[in-house]
Design a protein. Structure first.
Length: 241
């Protein structure tokens, strides 16, 4: 056992000391329960994956920027033509936000998103040699990129787990599963998940939780208490209101 409840194990060899925040203390019983939920999610959603379509790290970065407050399905409809017209980061940098807009106008906030995509790709070209950076700090310097987007890119494009993606599904499910308090904010949910879940599975688990949120865990909580992922873990339907 290291500091802050950090456990060094074969699956978590570096511990959590390199994270830019302190993880909360959790008990071994809480961690064991979280592990059982993680195993149930893996058993039920073994093929869970990022549902944004992309072929390269810069395409994933763009798709994730575009996905803010819209569906992955909507983004996947827009990106084929966008990626065809602008195959490389330098193609965006040589263009303008106004030239990107027509390709993303089916999405909400498309003017802001076009500006973010143009600015981020220009920075990738001018400051990072045309390669998407691989650190949280560098990614956060790009327009349109907050922790959630950076975690998506690092985990999926590079296999780097330095945080836990917390979208609306993961926030809701974490609370319904009893992994975070009902009144926890997004930052607190991320830190709890980092403390509770095996680090080498953070990215995989983010997809499995999102898949459960999209496919089973509806806002109304109707008829789902017997779901194999939830049964037996003291879910919201049984114990938590
Ligand atoms: S029991 Fe239903 S509402 Fe509760 S976490 Fe499971 S799927 Fe969601």
């Amino acid at each position: 056992m290291a500091t802050d409840g950090e456990v060094l194990t074969p699956e978590n060899p570096r511990g959590l000391r390199d994270l830019p925040f302190a993880v909360p203390n959790v008990t071994s019983a809480e961690r064991a329960r979280a592990r059982r939920i993680a195993d149930a999610l893996r058993a039920h959603y073994p093929d869970a994956h990022c549902e944004l379509n992309y072929r390269t790290p810069h395409e994933l970065l763009i798709a994730t920027i575009l996905s803010a407050q819209t569906t992955d399905v909507g983004v996947n409809k827009a990106t084929p033509a966008l990626f065809k017209r602008f195959p490389k980061p330098m193609d965006y940098a040589a263009s303008s936000a106004a030239e990107i807009e027509p390709f993303v106008k089916s999405l909400g906030f498309f003017r802001q998103k076009a500006k973010s995509v143009h600015s981020a790709m220009t920075d990738v070209v001018e400051r990072f040699g045309g390669e998407v950076p691989r650190t949280m700090d560098e990614l956060l310097t790009l327009r349109g990129v907050a922790r959630k987007t950076a975690n998506v890119v690092l985990g999926n494009a590079f296999g780097i787990n330095v945080g836990f993606v917390v979208d609306t599904h993961i926030e809701r499910l974490s609370k319904r599963f009893g992994l975070a308090d009902w009144d926890a904010n997004v930052q607190q949910v991320e830190r709890r998940l980092c403390a509770l879940m095996p680090r080498d599975r953070w990215c995989e688990l983010s997809h499995q939780i999102i898949w459960h949120g999209r496919r089973a865990c509806q806002a109304r909580r109707k008829g789902c208490g017997d779901h194999p992922v939830c049964r037996g873990y003291g879910t919201c339907c049984e114990l938590r209101g």
